[in-house]
Design a protein around this ligand. Sequence first.
Ligand SMILES: C[S@@+](CC[C@H](N)C(=O)[O-])C[C@H]1O[C@@H](n2cnc3c(N)ncnc32)[C@H](O)[C@@H]1O
Length: 245
Amino acid sequence: MTAVRDPSVRRSVTLFRAFLREQQDPEHVYGLLARDAVAQVARYAPVSGATVADVGGGSGHFTREFRRRGARCFLFEPDPRELHAHGPGPDGAVIADGYLLPLADGAADVCFSSNVLEHVADPPTFLSEMVRVTRPGGLIYVAFTNWYSPWGGHETAPWHYLGHERARARYRRRHGREAKHTVGENLFAVHVGATLRHVRARDDVEIVSARSRYWPFLAGAVTRVPGLREFATWNLLLILRRCPR
Ligand SMILES: C[S@@+](CC[C@H](N)C(=O)[O-])C[C@H]1O[C@@H](n2cnc3c(N)ncnc32)[C@H](O)[C@@H]1O
């Protein structure tokens, strides 16, 4: 299946249905999400022939899709278990931390990170490194699940609204094992308002688009309403362009 038009009701319904089948058919879900995200990038920058850095790329679904569409895509992932979680990671994957990418300044036409920002303790520094490796005029794609999103607690959601410790205790009781994520260790409370204020204040990027990643309509408007946006955005997508030097 190819990616469907973004945003549209059909696209959102397709993605939502796929998420419901994540446990039974993860390959289908991640493949669909990758086609969708790369199609989003392609609306703003050529993908074929582009040099792309996929930061925190996990097992490489996005890297594979960028390569399928003709990009020279390099995957940087600090955790080998994530890299090989769904079989061998893509060729040439590099074990590297997003805070310190082994790339020269301005090496990438597109710097891409999907659902990584909420897993780093210092999002502004992580973003700065993404900006550093992007060429002037190049594109930065950052999408993340914010803390007050219904999915903010990840596998413990939506019980994170009652507090992370209670949510973890409930997960332990229900599943007989610890939840994968611990707030303050590998999951952090990142907010829509604070992130938007941070990127607006930067002088090295311009915001091309700030919107809910999955919403079929009002995707930009929802991110402009303080309070509501922390719940309703669900997953914030930022498309940034690196300013010319
Ligand atoms: C939820 S997974 C997302 C993986 C993939 N980008 C996706 O959307 O399917 C979060 C990823 O962020 C990675 N990560 C955590 N801290 C990181 C850091 N400092 N630099 C780069 N990646 C990091 C994790 O290892 C993990 O692979």
